[in-house]
Design a protein around this ligand. Sequence first.
Ligand code: ADP
Length: 429
Amino acid sequence: MAALLGCIADDFTGATDLAGMLQQAGMRTIQIIGVPTSPLSAGLDADAIVIALKTRTAPVQQAIDDSKASLKWLQAAGCRQMYFKYCSTFDSTAEGNIGPVTDALMETIGTDFTIACPAFPENQRTVYKGHLFVGNALLAESGMRDHPLTPMTDSNLVRVLQAQTRGLVGLIEHSIVAAGTEAIRREIRRLRGQGVKTAIVDAICNADLIQIGAACSDLPMVTAGSGLAIGIPQNFIGQGSLSPMNPAVDPTPATSGLRAILSGSCSQASQAQLNDLLSRGIPGFALDPLVLASSDTALESVVNEVMAWVAPRLESGPVVIYATAAVDKVKQIQSVLGAERAGAVVETALAAIAGRLIELGVRQLIVAGGETSGAVVTALNIDRLQIHRQIDPGVPWTVSLNKPSVALALKSGNFGSVDFFTKAWDSAP
Ligand code: ADP
């Protein structure tokens, strides 16, 4: 059976976020890491396929090439509608990549209109009169103003997108969205008649996203954050092409084996989650980047030390290996090693540890950190994940479709409640 919805996400954990949302809405979803090079295995049933790229801050041409190659693969897989997914804070630079990638995808599909709908009200991202709010603050007055790679200094998304795209950018205002699907459709026809190529769409609550999703049923492509995922699957159900699955029932049998937790995230949420875990008396091994980087052979000896420590503990409940540290500690380490080298030694060590854990029979891994997750998944040669039940918003359990089959909970830094690790541990598939 051909997939219905083809998604291209501009970063790894954003892809998992979208995949989890689609699965929650009843679509059997598979996530592919990187531009796919081989077809989906025969017999694999997926209603939605999400391709995770690393194009948010890549050079523009590379972002375009990877996105177009992914689009062509999704078209060959039979997907009827495409979904270009970016961050709900519209993370981009003056050059892109949201605008140029949207232009390239529209040209390849052969369509002259799409929407841009980053709103994710459940995560406090709303759009009103084209202005993006993070909680109560305008985007340009939120923490995103100081983002190291994609500082967002203008809250007016019509202006932000217009600076990145060749086509004319318009706006579908909230008064129209609130009037419902037909009103949105009429506005799309009107804007199209005026030569608008992409319309920013206001949305301040889930009901808006559902109306917007319904109004997009005929568009060959939408561009959005993960929030719009709550409004898209209903179209396929209405058309009779999707019989929704029960998101509480996992699509594949449980994986049996040992479990472990790895944390390379230093985000505030991860720090609190680690502290919560350790305060419950869970054994933990702290990695010290300065030791890891102290000689050519240090990393390998630390990994051996970790394995000797963890092996006898694996049978008796949760166990965590972490580099997670508070901001001042991280700053101090970075002042000695540089941020890049500090990050690299930790990622290399955790990825090596993940590989050794699999050799020991671990089949369920909980990993905290976006980059850390990327390093672990790459080290395990995993490029396909089936999405399972949600642990917390934006973090589903996943099961690798590569051999051996491994269940993975991949948590981006600031996601998850304070008891995330124990919740994930207790709900492993
Ligand atoms: P998040 O999703 O929270 O941003 P990431 O894994 O994407 O987490 O990024 C965290 C980065 O910080 C990784 O490159 C990781 O290797 C690095 N790191 C982890 N612990 C430390 C530490 N104690 N000192 C310096 N860097 C660290």
